[in-house]
Design a protein around this ligand. Sequence first.
Ligand SMILES: [Zn+2]
Length: 459
Amino acid sequence: MALELFDSKSQELRAFHPLTPGLVKMYVCGPTVQSAPHLGHLRSALVYDVLNRWLNALEYEVTLVRNVTDIDDKVLVNAGTRDWREFAKEVEATFNDAYANLNITDPTHAPRATEHIDDMIALVEKLIKLGHAYQASDGSANVFFDTASWPNYGELTNQKLENMEGELDASFGRKSPNDFALFKAHKPEEPATAAWKTPWGLARPGWHIECSAMSKHFLGESFDIHGGGLDLRFPHHENELAQSRAAGDNFANFWLHNALVTINGNKMSKSLGNGVSVEDLTKAGSWGAIRYWLLSAQYRSNLDYSESSIRDAQVALDRITGFLKRTTNTKHVEIDYQYLPAEFAKAMDSDLNVPGALAVIHERVRAGNTAFDSNDQEALKLCVEQVKNMVHVLGLTFAYQEPRISEELTNQVNDLIQERNAAKKAKDFARADQIRLELEQMGVTLKDMKDITMWSFNG
Ligand SMILES: [Zn+2]
């Protein structure tokens, strides 16, 4: 079976084949850096991290772009009296800290919108030339996308323009309330640093044009996967698609949308006062447990947070950690994907069924514990390798990273075990017992198996 992904544009599962064999180009909408990350941001970043890891396991070379929207109405408002650029960088750092703590692999590129204004201007100039965008009739530097000029407008979310109400204000020189801003004219009350020289006057970019311009800059006119949260599907992604297609670009071959995080069954929102902060999560469990919990629902299902969520995830993760701790006596070595069980691969290939993949890990942990208890060394070795490799694919490497055992200690322990085995062979049981005691004092527990002595460190 090959990888199948649910394409939310065609609303069906499709076999995934990259446009260029062996290479996958993926664009994911990153955060608007207006305030600290919430659960929805973390979940979205994590979904595409797992997809990235699975594509790597399938031996694709992946180019992943995750942008940073660092200019926006809310960035300017929330910066207050401070320099908005400094404020945006600070908020961006809180996102990067959370990503790093969650063991999210860095994307290949993480471009900031403000670093690509020229790309956006070039794209808008092209749209104007092709008759799909226009400068505001009031003579300002506002530039709008002309939705009426693009018959496919609405194709992503399967809507017809004539049925759309158009939520936007028809003023500012807009022809239709459905037309969205590509560039926004500088307002005198906004800082001068938040305006760029454009062919239409001083202006700053609209949100949607950023992603069309940056994806083209890094991935070209067509790429394999566009990802983001379900809340971005309309209007953000619909507008991205319209602009890029109207400019003659093929844009994304697959659209992936991850579902949202709910709190006790309710939609998360600040106004309801049910927002859960990163601090709330870390009080309930480790970062490993938070990652485990965020992975515990398939990405197209809502993920519900309740008081016990992180605690339960910690218990499940500890079961895996406990197994690896009691059975592993070498430092972690290179991952070998040939050890991935077929059921695990099948779950991951089925539109990233991570809950199914986690179930395979726990099944292998149980089998490994049984093998350990019955001294079945061969079965145990296989289980350990399988669990380590699966854990690696899901980025749950927290399970074998703690505690760090130094190379010096590892060598010392291995030397003592060798000496003890030699003593046993020579029937010097007093010396063998003495060494066992010595190792116990070092925090090392031994387990004698048929041909080998396993050890674990509890320090
Ligand atoms: Zn976007």
